[in-house]
Design a protein around this ligand. Structure first.
Ligand code: KIV
Length: 262
């Protein structure tokens, strides 16, 4: 799958869409043959790869660099890149410039957090030929105004507002909408109300697909397991075991061995 139209096709066939984050060439190379529909170059790269406490430091240049690396590793995968913090708030021209940079780096579309106050920018990008994935619910770029990484859309008013936002995104031309950390019932309601697929993360099983941060699902963040993450491998343990074995072999004079010398 490397065009967003196949998102619609998969959704129409009732097939769940599988999305995972990727930030670099080596993991993208491993993902190239995996049964994953789409690689998301999320601005979570700031936290996962750069150790920042939030995603706000992402720049277009940095996201383009990560996108380029992912595109080199998985040239046949559909790649969506996050629009960095505030890039959609400087008007349509600036947003086109930023999205163009990410597309030239290898993205096939961009993901945009929120819609209130920038629905026109989403529409302009779509009309400019840039596929847009929306993102509602917990918006990490707004973490300081929403008071932390908390479940969103609780209560009737907040739920209705999110449903309105989702419909606005669809009307503006978004090909899909990520729903992050909202109650399962609300995600189901939004998913049923939209024609485009929703992609859930902490939004229950009734979305059109799911997305997880690669390092979370592989268990590389040993000390971080929010409720919505399932660990499908014990990556941190495998990593440590390999490095421990290597260190021991060096310390004991067992590496390199005869066959590893020239
Ligand atoms: O930045 C990111 O990785 C994301 C996903 C977790 C949805 O936005």
């Amino acid at each position: 799958m490397n065009t967003v139209s196949e998102f619609a096709a998969a959704h129409a066939e009732g097939r769940k869409i599988v999305v995972v984050t990727a930030y670099d060439a080596w993991s993208a190379r491993l993902l190239a043959d995996a049964p994953v529909d789409c690689l998301l170059v999320g601005d979570s790269a700031l936290m996962v790869m750069h150790g920042e406490r939030d995603t706000l430091g992402a720049t277009v240049e940095l996201m383009a660099m990560h996108t380029r690396a992912v595109a080199r590793g998985a040239p046949d995968k559909l790649i969506i890149a996050d629009m960095p913090f505030l890039t959609v708030r400087k008007g349509s021209a600036a947003a086109v410039e930023a999205a163009g940079e990410l597309m030239r780096a290898g993205a096939h579309g961009v993901k945009i957090e929120g819609v209130r106050g920038h629905g026109d920018v989403v529409r302009h990008l779509v009309e400019s030929g840039i596929p847009v994935m929306g993102h509602l619910g917990l918006l990490p770029q707004s973490v300081y105004s929403i008071g932390g990484y908390k479940v969103q859309g609780k209560g009737t008013e907040a739920a209705n507002a999110l449903l309105r936002d989702a419909k606005e995104l669809e009307r503006a031309g978004a090909f899909s909408v990520v729903l992050e950390c909202i109650p399962r019932k609300l995600a189901t309601r939004i998913s049923k109300a939209l024609r485009v697929p929703t992609i859930g993360i902490g939004a229950g099983p009734d979305c059109g697909g799911q997305v997880l941060v690669l390092h979370d699902l592989l268990g590389f963040n040993a000390h971080f397991q929010p409720r919505h993450v399932r660990r499908f491998a014990e990556g941190a343990a495998v990593f440590r075991e390999g490095v421990d074995d290597y260190a021991r072999a060096v310390q004991r004079g067992q590496f390199p061995g005869g066959r590893e010398c020239f």
